[in-house]
Design a protein around this ligand. Structure first.
Ligand SMILES: Cc1ncc(COP(=O)(O)O)c(C=O)c1O
Length: 481
């Protein structure tokens, strides 16, 4: 008979952890050596009671946890977990469905179907696009680019799934020099090679330079993929999609968009209203593109994450392909023993690289249902407003400089040593280290166009203006010492 003791213990620990988030140090309080001491040991011959395993694990892991689900975590681009999404994640584990085929879990299949339709609606993407729920944007980029490879080579009369790339027509790839590293990684995995892509220079904000695109495309004689980006991982800047799409279309190229977090700006009504205004005025001004991902819907494929700005627990990414048949063609798998639906139901493994897999649709469904269209818009808008607020307050302090146009949720900051002179790179690195050690908030550093920066990303649903202000105060304290 099922004994719920361990599950109840887990719920107690989870509740205690979540309740501690607003006040606990955001950094970890134990280092690797301390964690090894409390977690390692010889592999036991005998098992331990489940409740004790959970109690011991929770106690030993706690000092090594980062409060990334909390309100003052601004590192990388990491969202928290919405209450409904987190609870749905628990159910996903309890239900333990293998979301590979409809026959193994009709509920998982239909929920994915619904979550996919809601996402397309919310993001303003074609309603009949193909959607696959994968582990993150790395795999979403991989999956979309596999669909691109499939479609382009099929058009060239080549079945890449059957024949591979041995002797295939060359597939050219055009890539901004600011593309996220997961795009070249996907090209490596697809046999297209990261090093063979034509790299296009980017402008001061990290947007692909449109004036350099024709030259790049003219070097591509044959099937071509153009990889664009909405939401630069450092600056948040978005490529000028209307121009990217126009140039790519003139060349017959496939346009792929890496929108790991930036694609979510399309869900923010207020920003959309601005897009509409811009469109009506016929003013494709760079000021608009740099923070609004207009015309993104005219691309061929989009990779994004639910575990970033939608605040769904890890792991959850989404691959979306306009031509659903291309995604299906690249991913569909067989197996004599599989009982597959005859097209009228969704066999999830036909849309992703995995076979057996977690039922990722449940958490996305729960997040979207709990927020609704308005809630998602508020979450995105609020994050952008708080990023702006932090940028303005930091920039008002002496010796502090914000390097990027704060168009979304990303802020890049540099700190001059007090008293003038000195090494700004070294001091900025030092400020990041001090802030991390202080524990009021957590953020990381980066290098932006050769300069060391502090990188702030506002992505969590729980962050309030008070959290933003408290974090700015901690950052400025660290910069004054
Ligand atoms: C623009 C961009 N693309 C791709 C990724 C990779 O996403 P994931 O970590 O979910 O694989 C990131 C991560 O920050 C990103 O910002």
């Amino acid at each position: 008979m099922f004994d719920p003791t361990a599950l109840r213990a887990a719920a107690r620990h989870a509740e205690a952890f979540l309740a501690s988030l607003p006040d606990r140090p955001v950094r970890a309080t134990a280092d690797a050596a301390q964690l090894r001491t409390s977690l390692a040991g010889p592999f036991p011959d005998e098992g331990v009671a489940p409740e004790r395993v959970i109690d011991d694990l929770a106690r030993a892991a706690d000092p090594g946890l980062i409060a990334s689900a909390g309100p003052r975590f601004f590192g990388f681009v990491i969202g928290g977990s919405l209450p409904a999404a987190l609870a749905a994640d628990w159910l996903t584990s309890a239900w333990d469905q293998n979301a590979g085929v409809y026959a193994a879990s009709p509920a998982a299949s239909v929920v994915e179907e619904v979550a996919a339709a809601w996402l397309l609606d919310l993001l303003g993407l074609p309603p009949d696009a193909g959607v696959g729920f994968v582990t993150g944007c790395q795999m979403a980029n991989f999956t979309c680019l596999a669909a691109a490879r499939h479609a382009l080579l099929r058009r060239a009369g080549w079945d890449v799934e059957e024949r591979g790339l041995q002797g295939a027509p060359r597939v050219h790839v055009v890539l901004s020099e600011e593309a996220h590293s997961t795009v070249p990684m996907a090209l490596r995995l697809l046999g297209l090679g990261a090093g063979t892509a034509v790299r296009v220079p980017a402008d001061s904000q990290g947007r692909l330079r449109i004036d350099a695109l024709p030259d790049a495309l003219s070097a591509c004689d044959g099937p071509t993929i153009v990889c664009a980006q909405v939401g630069n991982v450092n600056s948040g800047a978005c490529d000028a999609m209307p121009e990217v799409i126009a140039a790519a279309r003139a060349h017959g190229a496939w346009v792929h968009v890496d929108g790991a977090f930036g694609l979510w700006a399309r869900a923010a009504e207020r920003r959309r209203a601005l897009v509409a205004g811009v469109e009506a005025a016929d003013s494709w001004a760079t000021d608009a593109h740099k923070w609004l991902n207009v015309r993104v819907e005219a691309a061929d494929s989009w990779a994004t994450d639910a575990h970033k700005w939608l605040n769904v627990p890890y792991d959850n990414g989404v691959a979306i392909v306009c031509e659903a048949a291309a995604l299906h063609g690249a991913m569909a798998a067989g197996g004599e023993y599989l009982i597959k639906g005859a097209g009228e139901v969704r066999d999830e493994l036909d849309w992703v690289p995995e076979f057996s897999r977690r039922a990722r649709g449940f958490t996305v469904y729960a997040a979207l249902r709990s927020l609704g269209r308005r809630g998602v818009a508020d979450l995105i808008e609020r994050s952008c407003v708080l990023a702006r607020r932090m940028a303005d307050r930091l920039a008002a302090a002496p010796g502090v400089r914000v390097l990027n146009d704060v168009v979304l949720n990303q802020v890049l900051v540099r700190f001059a040593p007090p008293g003038g002179g000195g090494d700004v790179d070294a001091f900025t690195r030092e400020v990041v280290t001090r802030v991390q050690a202080d524990g009021t908030c957590w953020l990381s550093g980066s290098v932006w166009h050769g300069q060391v920066v502090m990188r702030i990303s506002v992505s969590g649903w729980a962050t309030t203006p008070a959290d933003a202000d408290r974090s700015v105060a901690a950052i400025l304290r660290a910069a004054r010492r």
